[in-house]
Design a protein around this ligand. Structure first.
Ligand SMILES: [Zn+2]
Length: 556
């Protein structure tokens, strides 16, 4: 007797096979039969021809803090996600000594746009080490399956304290970090994650700790994965980090390397394709590298109080540590402005903002005539320079003006080419981070609805594979990511004619009443994790049951 039988479905197996009409049977949380299924079941569901695929594996999330107060990791499960990888870019909350908690929270506030009040009110610090953090996740449970990286910036802070954001590590410190990474992956972390990106700044505008690591430190820490014989290396790459260095790390450690974030820039249109070619060449030489790409345009809402859009610029560093009047004076300073202007006009291999002022809009302003208009337009109208126009407007409104910048990944021909690249991994939702800037938690539904149905860039089977079987293989996630007998029953039932992510809306449900952006699913009829249904046509079905598991044993 099955626990669940879903009949009359369009089965997408997650491995790229053509869609096939059939049924799927579940028993004890596992798939036991697919196709022409005979036998009785406690519960039977007629799918009425809807599509059934494995649940989405979101390989780039930042739920490390949120999961300690919200085991439902909202909004991902209702958007079809059944497994989330946390700790990306190395921005974890473990390991952490009690004395460093405030420092770690302040860093997250800056780098991942998480409200400090929400973090202070919300994080449950029932751990210090990585194994203790993993045990805590396992004990408390979650709505979806979780895999966690050991995060470089936290490891560095744990070993070096305040010096983590100031200097290279000495040999003894590198050795101490190596032991923590080893201990973490041996306890079941999925790998080691870091960032060398200049966009990643922490408290007081200082670089995130991992950015201070030299090549020796990275070689030793990635090498420890080789020594453990397990784990994957994930990094968000700054423009100065050479692909040849990453290939060397892959070769020396023998471990897979995920290179983020390959986002298409209209002002440097070949940059990501050069990276993908370098990755292809490395694979041809026997390494395992993959480029993390996004299927969503990167657009950010921001005010000048926290302008993530500009904080990666060298010229902006002069303003980063400043607050209040001193900060406002800096924004008004003609020398500061000309340095920023000069840098934006210089070509760069990778940069968030590249002077495309027609893609920066005023969203909320005390001057209604300015709303919904671009900075380029307003500048032309006023006969002023665009940077001056934006900064003068913000300064005149006590920095409350809300802007929206369409930064990267908006050229659909280019993004389509990236999504089809054999060495690309669909990724970068950043779910759980940048909570008021943007929300791409529904990236999987966007791939199915926009890129497959609307644009036909990927077939439905290919899109399903890109979201399930493909990441499962790269990350070594066992018995998930395919509809096969013996696999765990992580399932997504949806209508291929309507599936998509709904529009973003602002809610105030974080600890301390802090805001975030969220979105609802369109065309999702059911989500199951390990055989238990957590969402239906009306969205999430919250209960006391948290069916997700902490994943600790990986094949990669
Ligand atoms: Zn990230």
């Amino acid at each position: 007797m099955y626990d669940l039988l879903i009949r009359n479905a369009l089965v997408l197996d997650g491995l790229g096979s053509p869609p096939a009409r059939g049924a799927l049977a579940v028993q004890d949380g596992r798939i036991v039969a697919v196709g022409a299924v005979e036998g009785a079941s406690k519960e039977t569901l007629d799918a009425g021809g809807l599509a059934l695929m494995p649940g989405i594996i979101d390989n780039h999330t930042h739920y490390d803090a949120q999961i300690t107060w919200d085991p439902w990791v909202s909004p991902s499960p209702a958007l079809g996600v059944t497994t989330a990888v946390i700790g990306n870019c190395g921005f974890t909350i473990a390991p952490c000594r009690p004395a460093d908690r405030e420092r770690v929270m302040r860093n997250l506030t800056q780098v991942e746009g998480m409200s400090l009040d929400a973090l202070r009110a919300g994080i449950r610090w029932d751990f210090q080490t990585v194994p203790q953090y993993l045990d805590m996740l396992e004990r408390r449970g979650a709505a979806v399956n979780i895999a966690a990286f050991v995060g470089h910036s936290s490891v560095r802070t744990y070993v070096m304290g305040e010096a983590a954001t100031a200097r290279a590590a000495n040999d003894a410190e590198i050795e101490a970090m190596r032991n923590i990474v080893l201990e973490g992956v041996r306890a079941g972390a999925i790998g080691f994650a870091t960032s060398t990106s200049p966009a990643h700044n922490g408290a007081n505008g200082l670089p995130m700790p991992s950015r201070l690591a030299d090549e020796k430190e990275l070689s030793v820490l990635v090498g420890s994965l080789g020594e453990a014989g397990r784990g994957l290396f994930m990094l968000t790459k700054g423009g100065h980090t050479q692909m040849s260095f990453l290939e060397r790390l892959a070769a020396e450690s023998g471990r897979p390397v995920v290179v983020a974030a390959l986002l298409h820039s209209s002002t440097q249109p070949e940059g990501v394709f050069q990276d993908l070619e370098a990755i292809a060449a490395a694979n041809a030489r026997g390494r395992r590298l993959v480029g993390a790409v996004s299927c969503c345009p990167l657009s950010m809402d921001f005010t000048l109080r926290s302008p993530y859009t500009f904080e990666g610029l060298d010229a902006w560093q002069a303003a980063l540590p400043l607050k209040g009047h001193a900060y406002a004076r800096k924004l008004a300073d003609p020398a500061f402005r000309s340095a920023v202007r000069e840098e934006i006009n210089r070509p760069a291999h990778f940069r968030l903002f590249n002077g495309e002022w027609h893609k920066v809009h005023v969203v909320e302003s005390a001057r209604p005539h300015a709303e919904q208009r671009s900075i380029a337009e307003l500048a032309t109208e006023a006969g002023k320079d665009p940077l001056d126009t934006m900064l003068d407007l913000a300064l005149a409104e006590n920095l409350d003006t809300v802007f929206s910048a369409l930064l990267l990944n908006s050229d659909e021909a280019a993004v389509g080419r990236m999504l089809r690249d054999p060495h690309a991994l669909v990724s970068l939702s950043d779910a759980g981070a940048h909570l008021t800037f943007f929300n791409d938690s529904g990236f999987g539904l966007h791939l199915l609805g926009h890129w497959s149905r609307e644009l036909g860039v990927l077939s439905l089977s290919e899109a399903a594979w890109r979201l399930t079987g493909h990441p499962a293989k790269i990350y070594g996630i066992r018995s998930r990511g395919a509809l096969r007998p013996g696999y765990q029953a992580d399932l997504l039932l949806f209508d291929p004619q309507t599936v998509n992510r709904g529009p973003n809306r602002r809610v105030f449900d974080l600890p301390a009443g802090q805001p975030r952006l969220t979105a609802d699913a369109i065309g999702v009829h059911g989500v199951w994790v390990n055989g238990r249904r957590i969402a239906d046509s009306n969205g999430l079905r919250k209960s006391d049951q948290l069916p997700g598991r902490l994943l600790r044993d990986f094949a990669a």
